[in-house]
Write a protein that binds this ligand. Structure first.
Ligand SMILES: C[S@@+](CC[C@H](N)C(=O)[O-])C[C@H]1O[C@@H](n2cnc3c(N)ncnc32)[C@H](O)[C@@H]1O
Length: 343
């Protein structure tokens, strides 16, 4: 691990926090209580919007991690700025029309509880913009960060030389965000992006076109590997549905606007993960590997595959929510045997 922003592969490392931006440090949510606040600059709007979101107790978990970041995202969208530009331009004046847009979005966000990304039809991941609407889950997978940290850069744990990866599968692609990030991370690769949902693939197609990657990303519809039968890959990435029955019964209001099939992982959350582990055996090339996000299902997976040698990867915002397994190790990965009558 090098520096505070690097990801690590451990089983028990301390959780790292994303550095807080200057805008966040100086924002004062309590100022929102002031009647008729004077809103002039980007800074003023971010401070006001963050205070409104905080007081309204919205759940912030869709690509931004706190009310200030979400407020900065919305202000940036109204000003046609990339999120990285918001803080350096905090002193810029907000034109009246943009100010009205910001205030409208904030009130809509609070009244409807829809994720901010759906209000503006955009979310950023690893600095790239993706079109989103209610046909796809809002992009927020940890795999985006891991593609940068463990397949490039200078992290101590480099899983593969990105130049040698030529065939990638993004299973359960949704908006296509991970397929597009994979095309960026692996410049010599073609990418298959598969999903069961025709609606999701329509959104993915739009993103592939907007990023001009039609010649490198192929979309496919089907139930997991049925969409790519007979094909083998150097790398399979997947952020499948993995919410268990208990989690499905208590999804935050914001998540109810997202497609249910993007979350539902069955009773213990790993119905699809089991099928991915088993199916990957016949879809990985020798020397290949599977990178799979499973949320909080690590205990369920360890119970289902007690002898599997999975490498659990951490990111800046997660611990043990993504595993890596290479093709050779996967070949020996058998599910637990249950005594008759206990399965
Ligand atoms: C958690 S979302 C991930 C979307 C995207 N990869 C991302 O990270 O934003 C899971 C996706 O799996 C898709 N899906 C659900 N069941 C599936 C199945 N049986 N076969 C293929 N895709 C499926 C859903 O339509 C949804 O787009």
């Amino acid at each position: 691990m090098r520096g505070g922003r690097s990801t690590v592969a451990t089983r028990s490392s301390a959780k790292k926090r994303r550095p807080t931006r200057a805008v966040a440090k100086t924002a004062n949510p309590s100022a929102a209580g002031t009647p008729a606040p004077v809103l002039v600059t980007i800074f003023d709007y971010v401070r006001f919007a963050a205070a409104r979101l905080t007081r309204a107790r919205v759940t912030v978990a869709h690509g931004t991690t706190d009310p200030v970041a979400e407020a900065a995202f919305l202000v940036g969208e109204a000003m046609h700025l990339h999120p990285d530009e918001v803080e350096p331009l905090a002193a810029r004046r907000v034109p009246k029309a943009a100010g009205r847009r910001i205030l409208g979005w904030i009130e809509q966000r609070i009244a409807t509880r829809k994720p901010a990304a759906y209000l503006v039809n955009r979310m950023y991941m690893r600095g790239m913009a993706f079109y989103v609407d209610e046909r796809v889950i809002v992009p927020r997978s940890f795999i985006g960060e891991l593609l940068d940290s463990h397949f490039g850069g200078d992290d101590v744990l480099r899983l593969r030389d990105p130049a040698t990866v030529t065939r990638v599968l993004d299973l359960c692609t949704g908006s296509g965000c991970l397929a597009i990030l994979a095309a960026r991370a692996f410049p010599n690769a073609t990418v298959d992006a598969a999903d069961l949902s025709a609606d999701a693939l329509t959104v993915a197609e739009r993103n592939v076109q907007e990023h001009r990657l039609e010649d490198r990303i192929q979309l496919a519809q089907g139930d997991l590997f049925a969409a790519v039968s007979g094909k083998r890959y150097d790398l399979i990435i997947s952020n499948p549905p993995y919410v268990d029955a208990q989690g499905m019964a208590s999804l935050p209001h914001e998540c109810l606007a997202e497609p249910r099939m993007a979350f539902d992982g069955g009773a213990d959350g790993i119905d699809l993960v089991r099928r991915i582990i088993d199916g990957a055996k016949t879809h990985l090339a020798s020397g290949g590997g599977l990178l799979c996000e499973v949320g909080r299902c690590k205990p369920a997976i360890e119970k289902a595959y007690p002898r599997a040698d999975l490498l659990w990867l951490d990111t800046e915002e997660s611990e043990g929510e993504v595993f890596w397994i290479d093709a050779a190790t996967l070949a020996d990965c058998a599910p637990a045997r249950h005594p008759v009558g206990t399965a």
